[in-house]
Design a protein around this ligand. Sequence first.
Ligand code: FDA
Length: 456
Amino acid sequence: MQEIESDVVIIGAGASGLSAADALVADGFTVTVVEARDRVGGRLWTEEIQGVTLELGGQWVSPDQTALIDMIEELGLETYARYRDGDSIYVAESGAVSRFEEDFPVPASTQDQIQGLIETVDALVAEIDVKAPWSHPRAAELDSISWRDWLAEQTDDVEARTLVSIFVAEAMLTKPAHTFSLLQALLMAASAGSFTHLVDDGFLLDKRVVGGLQQVPLRLAARLGSSVQLGQAARRVAWDDESVVVTTDSLMVRAKRVIVAVPPNLYGRLSFEPALPAAQHQLHQHLSLGLVIKVHAVYDRPFWRDTGLSGTAFGPHMTLHEAYDNTYLGSEGGTLVGFVSDTSADAMIALEPDARREHLLECLATYFGPEALDPVVYFESDWASEEWTRGAYAASFDIGGLSRYGALLRDPVGPIHWSTSDLAAEGYQHVDGAIRIGRETATSIASQLGGATGPS
Ligand code: FDA
């Protein structure tokens, strides 16, 4: 067993762990990052699949994500805009397919209801402290009703509430709308600045990074060099008030502090000695990852553009509920990406791969026509099957969990600190949040440890 001593040991080389490591090293502290996988980036992963570059995990950057934007600039990376010229497609519950520009092609009364709901949610979001949603005077009440039931109380227009629901349920938390609370939905919107931002794909899915968003962790890891140890799954965290020993199968790292930078559904994979406090044990069991399959279909050309389509499509009753043009910069071909969430994803997972592919390509054909049936490359990002993630996009509380346990969410336990996008305030569930919480955790540890001991 190799032994290493560092000021701080970090478990997980995703965007959050590496941001924390980078900030600590800049402050003159020594760090060791242990990463279970044989690559860095966690939920950021750019791969060549049958000769085509695909971003299998996170990829988009929105204008409010200033921590990520600053990081992209600092690392010398460039961005490009998502292709979005032309009409979008909407598939109604009846199966009717229509084109639209700005607003969903629904009756004017439904459109009015949608607008009213957006304004109501925005007003509630404005009351929420994104760093402490549990401190809202009515937090327990807002946390006791599901997003679905609250929407049903606001309007009888089923299409309006389905279309509003989807922007938090299928598109963000990737859980059915009856399984999480209004308060959790408000946190999701507050973390993006407003609910208006969440319903605006032009805002939310604005830019991509040249080389893929995994370039962020790759470049951070390159700066950190041999401090990042791949293929080292942390198994045991032995701690007392002032120190910690993290053990993998072949490494023992002694440090003053540990940052656990893995999604909370994986905390239970670590053996804490002594055990964590009871409230932490309970808190962790009320946070779970959502479920979404990201479907990539690559064609020899972006054929949908021929007829003035942007590649954007929504079908709240379709298995594949949203799709976008995801053509990689400079590519001669054209790529569509689509998403299958929560119970639709359950149904797809139950199918054999060929049947699943056939069904999902039929969804794309419903949106964009029969040419969509014959991609040159087809790939499904299946994060739920990944040992070191087990879901996507990120974690959220069950009903009542946020008001009951939220205040403990980011509290350190002795020398143990928590850092992942799943626990972030601004940028929650996104790379922006992973970076913010990583840097905040580094600042907090630096102030606890005082002067650095390592090289500056
Ligand atoms: P992350 O999970 O990335 O990193 C944790 C690391 O810990 C992993 O590398 C893991 O292997 C490692 N680990 C786990 N257990 C370990 C152990 N015991 N020992 C050692 N290492 C261990 N965001 C965004 O901003 N824009 C977007 O477009 C999208 N889209 C999107 C699509 C899909 C399909 C996914 C899955 C996710 C997104 N996201 C996104 C979300 C974004 O990717 C995510 O929030 C961050 O990458 C999370 O970074 P973290 O570092 O917090 O966790």
